[in-house]
Design a protein around this ligand. Structure first.
Ligand SMILES: [Zn+2]
Ligand SMILES: [Zn+2]
Length: 415
């Protein structure tokens, strides 16, 4: 019997790995250029990290984690990476590094969900975290960075939604107000919302259940949501953020119902959505999490960040051009061919040749199949006269040159 990959996982094959490389290279160049350094944390962590760091009222922790016991220790495949990065930040004493500390990461995450519409159980995220800055300028920087990354991937038709969900002080007030309003009808809400009612009623606002949506669609609640319940400090922070976004020419929509599915957010939350992704249309989600470092045992450190799902990005990104080789050496003199191949490769020209030394015509055929830019031909005539024929496979034009000139020709005519 053939063994298949587990449901919700994909192989990244040789045919499409170039798309991943494209996205990762763009991320690396852009982030390093903005002074963000890459961090790589383990794929599994102590289960407790996610209970404390992601939150007990979240679907992620309650339903979606891959948890296993190894020698009586409970471990979990990371369902997201902020908790792990914060754990590493504390454990490695990164607060002693010059502040702010700007980090980025990429890698697989794991959530047990029903695989649908590009949602995978092993999926991949790219994200950034900025530690040490309280002010809204940090929020603006990471949002701008997200927009620039999407721009690098040639993704257009996106909109940015922002909200400020308050700090621990002003949010408690807001939570109580929501509880008061929904309490009379609490029986009719879904099981999840009943739990959220106690743990974090804010999260009821983004329940996907239709009944819950209807129940929440009351004027009284709308009024509460739209009233500026946040405190002065939070409200100033939000004004400053809007101001910076204006300076950076970033368009945004204020969505008062945006709360994000994680418990650790404070003040700023944001999402970037694509117009053609359907219901699951967020390609980027993030926000500020000023309390998390302290909550996980570190010194109080304000922080802000975001994550993007790479599979989602891929679904709306124009497919980039695949990596092709530049030269294919065609010759029946295998010894001469070998030498030429390695000479070209060591000079930075991506080159391949026919290991089976098949007929000339077949080799030429292979060169076109591989979509090489050039066939570099070493036939008997060329060998006798110390020359090489370079054939441009796109234009079919060819020229015979002295052997020494080969690099000049291939490097000067970039197609
Ligand atoms: Zn506040
Ligand atoms: Zn609900």
């Amino acid at each position: 019997m053939i063994i298949k990959a587990p449901k919700g996982t994909d192989d990244i094959t040789a045919q499409n790995s170039y798309i991943w490389q494209f996205m990762e290279n763009k991320a690396q160049n852009l982030f390093e250029n903005s002074n963000y350094k890459e961090i790589r944390t383990p794929i599994f962590e102590s289960t407790e990290l996610f209970h404390r760091g992601v939150g007990n009222s979240t679907d992620i922790v309650n339903k979606e984690m891959y948890t296993f016991i190894q020698k009586e220790r409970s471990l979990t495949l990371r369902p997201e990476n902020t908790a792990g990065v914060v754990r590493a930040y504390i454990e490695n004493g990164m607060h002693r590094l010059p502040s702010p500390l700007k980090l980025w990461y990429k890698g697989p995450m794991f959530r047990y969900e029903r695989p649908q519409g590009g949602r995978k159980r092993q999926f991949h995220q790219i994200g950034v975290e900025l530690f040490g800055i309280q002010e809204a300028i940090a929020d603006a920087e990471v949002i701008k960075l997200a927009m620039e990354y999407l721009n690098e991937l040639n993704i257009s038709g996106l909109s940015l939604e922002i909200n400020n969900i308050g700090c621990p002080e002003c949010r408690n007030d807001f939570r109580d107000k929501i509880r008061k309003i929904v309490q009379p009808g609490l029986n009719m809400f879904c099981t999840d919302c009943k739990i959220r009612y106690t743990k974090n009623p804010l999260r009821m606002l983004d329940c996907k259940n239709e009944t819950c949506k209807e129940l929440l669609d009351t004027d009284e609640l709308k009024q509460i949501i739209n009233s500026d319940y946040i405190c002065n400090e939070c409200s100033n922070h939000f004004d400053n953020l809007k101001n910076y976004l204006n300076i950076l020419d970033i368009e945004y929509i204020i969505n008062k119902k945006l709360v994000r599915g994680l418990d650790y957010y404070t003040k700023t939350v944001f999402e970037i959505t694509g117009n053609n992704l359907g219901a699951q249309n967020a390609v980027c989600g993030g926000g500020r999490y000023d309390g998390l470092v302290e909550m996980l045992g570190g010194k109080y450190t304000p922080a802000v960040g975001w994550a993007m799902g790479m599979e989602r990005l891929m679904a709306i990104m124009p497919t980039p051009e695949s990596n092709k080789i530049k030269a294919f050496v065609v010759s029946n003199d295998i010894n001469k061919a070998l030498k030429l191949v390695f000479k070209l490769r060591s000079n930075g020209v991506s080159t391949d040749f026919d290991l089976l030394n098949k007929k000339f015509v077949k080799q030429l055929d292979k060169a076109s199949k591989l979509k090489a830019d050039y066939a570099v031909i070493l036939g008997q005539n060329e060998i006798n006269s110390g020359t090489i024929t370079v054939k441009n496979l796109k234009t079919s034009s060819q020229q015979t040159i002295v052997e020494d000139k080969i690099l000049d020709i291939i490097n000067e005519t970039t197609t």
